[in-house]
Design a protein around this ligand. Structure first.
Ligand SMILES: [Zn+2]
Length: 383
């Protein structure tokens, strides 16, 4: 059973209620006049729509005189109650599960991780359920759990294809729902992070943006006209084998200089190891490059240039205002920024305005937070 303590299950918002709550969630506190302007709602509609949201404890009046319900009272700004709901977000990789617990505003309250000793669906579900309960115990209530994986996830929460785990057609959300007794939603990790970036991150306020992730894999998420581009092939990592450097190393499929060969943390580690004779962890390769080590600098700059070329492909096709660079390997974009800019400029039309670039914090909390945002969208705000 859930521990939300609510008398009846929350029904995700839709239509005008969704728009209104979303405006307050993303931009609040907002005065009623400002809310009316942003949503094109009349004062009467606004009052009618906000009343149940205030009664449900999702919205609250803030500022001096808040809660004064007498007729003719001064209009109080409305804000979301961030602690009205909490969410656990979990990212499953090939060897670890990472989790966070967040508020309704996706602020991370606590985080943790557990190693995966086995990769069968039952073994993974046991580890995830243990982490979920550990994180849920840190807050008063958890409304829902979001889980993300690298791979293709069907709308019903089935992991149709998850190569990092060797899975095909695993009923992931059902399995975890049974283990935890909580509502669970599963999604592709890049799509989840793109949604989180749109609502609560560097993509906020942009109706057109792209997220490019580098780490164990390479991913691209695109938002156009304020909507996430989704489809049956989303989550396959479609640009992962896009050719970026004819002189680059081969990927496991034999493509020379494809995005996987040039940009994944494992491939960057292998290139340095092949030349040095010992394995240097990814972050230390970046440290070495920063401190002027010639070999590390060359590998990292080649990767940076390739990343710039990948950003150019996305920019030329999707016309983003901002390209956000994320994923656990995102620090590459900082360390190799000069090479990245050169790779990007080289593949853009000279008349094209280059997109603004933003680099997300590296690490797995960001991925897990993306999973929590999918739970926020699915179980509270609606999409
Ligand atoms: Zn390849």
């Amino acid at each position: 059973m859930t521990t939300s303590g609510e008398a009846r299950p929350w029904v995700p918002l839709a239509g005008q209620s969704h728009r209104l709550a979303l405006e307050v969630l993303l931009h609040g506190p907002l005065s009623r006049a400002e809310l009316a302007r942003r949503t094109d709602l009349s004062a009467g509609s606004l009052t009618r729509l906000t009343k149940p949201l205030v009664e449900a404890g999702l919205l609250v009046e803030v500022g001096p005189g808040a809660g004064d319900l007498r007729p003719g009272r001064p209009s109080q700004p409305l804000d979301i109650v961030p602690d009205a709901h909490h969410f656990v977000g979990v990212k499953i990789t090939g060897d670890t599960v990472h989790g966070v617990v967040t508020t309704l505003r996706a602020d991370v309250v606590s985080s943790g991780s557990r190693p995966l000793d086995g990769r069968t669906p039952d073994e993974v579900a046991d580890v995830v359920a243990g982490l979920v309960e550990h994180l849920a115990a840190q807050v008063a209530n958890v409304t829902a759990v979001g889980v993300s994986i690298g791979g293709h996830v069907l709308p019903d929460g089935t992991a149709h294809r998850a190569p990092f785990l060797g899975w095909a057609d695993v009923a992931l959300s059902t399995l975890l729902q049974e283990r935890t007794g909580r509502p669970v939603v599963a999604a592709n990790d890049v799509l989840a992070l793109t949604e989180a970036t749109h609502w609560f991150g560097e993509g906020r306020g942009h109706s057109q943006f792209a997220l490019v992730t580098v780490g164990a894999g390479v991913g691209v998420g695109i938002v156009a006209h304020d909507r996430l581009l989704d489809g049956p092939n989303a989550g396959l990592g479609l640009l992962g084998h896009h050719s970026l450097d004819p002189l680059g190393p081969p990927c496991p499929l034999g493509h020379r200089g494809c995005a996987t060969a040039m940009l994944t943390t494992g491939s960057i580690e292998r290139q340095v190891a092949a030349a040095r004779g010992d394995l240097v962890p990814y972050d230390e390769v970046l440290d070495l490059a920063e401190s002027g080590d010639e070999l590390a600098r060359r590998v990292v700059d080649d990767a940076g240039r390739a990343l710039g070329r990948l950003v150019a492909v996305v920019t030329n096709v999707a016309l983003p205002e901002v390209v956000v660079l994320g994923g656990e390997g995102a620090r590459l974009a900082v360390v190799a920024r000069t090479a990245l800019d050169a790779g990007l400029a080289g593949d853009l039309d000279p008349l094209a305005e280059p997109p603004e670039l933003a680099v997300q914090a590296s690490g797995f909390d960001v991925w897990a937070r993306g999973a929590a945002v999918i739970a926020i969208q699915t179980y509270v705000l609606g999409r």
